[in-house]
Design a protein around this ligand. Structure first.
Ligand code: 3PY
Ligand code: MG
Length: 255
C-alpha cells in the first residue's frame, strides 16, 4: 500500500485510466481491468465530494492506485482526498508559483505545508499506524500541478521548484486551446509538440516527476517514449464507446 510514489521514483512508467462517471460499481470495474491506477475526475466528471468517499475504497480494495483530479482552486478537497486514502492529487490550472505554493500547503504536513490532521480512513485503508502515516505521508503521497496554459509553461521552472510539488501533469487539450487562442482543441497540434516533449526532461532535471493525459494508444506510446513517468491512457466514456463500436463492427450489425 502507498506504493505509487516508490514505483514512479524507481523509474517505472505507470499507466492509469480516467473516470468521469461517478459510480462506485463502474470504478470497481475500471480498477479490475489491467490498468495500474484509476483517476477520479472531480473537475469535469460527475464525481463530487460525496462520490469520492467510496471510490478510494473500491480502487484500493482491488490493489490499484487511487488518484484524483480536483476542481479548479478547490485545494481544501486535496487534503480531504488524501485523508480518504488517495495516493496522488492532480490540481488543474496551476499557472503560477503562488498557485503551486497554495496547492502544496494543503498537500503536505509541516514543515513543508499546513495539511491538517485527520487521515484515519487513509491509515485504515493503507494499513499503517497514525504516527507512521504522519511520518511517511509527505514522501509517499504525490502532488501533481497541471501545466495546461501558456502562463503555466512560462512559469514552469518556478512551479516545478516549489517544495511540496512532486511533479507536473500536462493537459494537452487545454494547452492546445491556449496555443490556438481558442480556435480549436487538438492535443496533437504541431505548435505544442516541442513543449510537450521537453517537459518530462525538465521535470526530471529538477528532480521531479511528470504525468500526462493521453487518450489514444498512439499518444500513450508517444508520451511514454518522451519520458513521462505517469501516463493516463484513456477514460471510461471513450472506452465504452470504443468497445461498443468494435463489437458492432465485428458482428457486422451496423454498417
Ligand atoms: C487537458 O488535456 O486539458 C486535461 O485537462 C486532461 O484531462
Ligand atoms: Mg484541462
Amino acid at each position: 500500500m502507498l506504493t505509487f510514489a516508490d514505483r514512479l521514483r524507481k523509474g517505472e512508467t505507470v499507466y492509469s485510466v480516467w473516470s468521469q462517471l461517478g459510480s462506485r460499481e463502474l470504478i470497481t470495474q475500471l480498477a479490475l481491468a489491467d490498468f495500474d491506477g484509476v483517476v477520479i475526475d472531480m473537475q469535469h466528471g460527475t464525481h463530487s465530494d460525496d462520490t469520492i468517499v467510496t471510490c478510494s475504497e473500491a480502487i484500493i480494495g482491488v490493489g490499484k492506485i487511487p488518484i484524483t483530479r480536483l476542481p479548479v482552486n478547490r485545494f481544501d478537497a486535496a487534503s480531504r482526498a488524501l485523508d480518504l486514502g488517495f495516493e496522488a492529487v492532480i490540481a488543474p490550472m496551476i499557472n503560477s508559483k503562488e498557485d503551486a505554493e497554495e496547492f502544496a500547503s494543503y498537500m503536505k504536513y509541516p514543515p513543508i505545508g499546513s495539511r491538517s490532521w485527520g487521515a484515519r480512513r487513509a491509515n485504515q485503508l493503507h494499513g499503517v499506524e497514525a504516527g507512521v502515516y504522519l511520518q511517511i505521508a509527505n514522501e509517499k503521497t504525490l502532488s501533481f500541478a497541471m501545466i495546461e496554459t501558456k502562463a503555466a509553461y512560462e512559469n514552469f521552472d518556478e512551479i516545478i521548484s516549489v517544495d511540496g510539488i512532486d511533479g507536473i501533469f500536462v493537459g494537452p487539450s487545454d494547452f492546445s486551446i491556449d496555443y490556438a487562442n481558442g480556435a480549436g482543441v487538438d492535443g496533437d497540434m504541431p505548435e505544442t509538440q516541442k513543449q510537450l516533449e521537453e517537459m518530462p526532461r525538465r521535470a526530471k532535471d529538477a528532480g521531479k516527476l511528470s504525468g500526462i493525459f493521453a487518450g489514444t494508444p498512439e499518444t500513450s506510446i508517444k508520451y511514454a517514449k518522451w519520458g513521462y513517468n505517469f501516463v493516463n491512457v484513456s477514460y471510461d466514456i471513450a472506452l465504452i464507446k470504443a468497445g461498443s463500436d468494435a463489437f458492432l463492427k465485428a458482428a457486422e450489425l451496423k454498417s
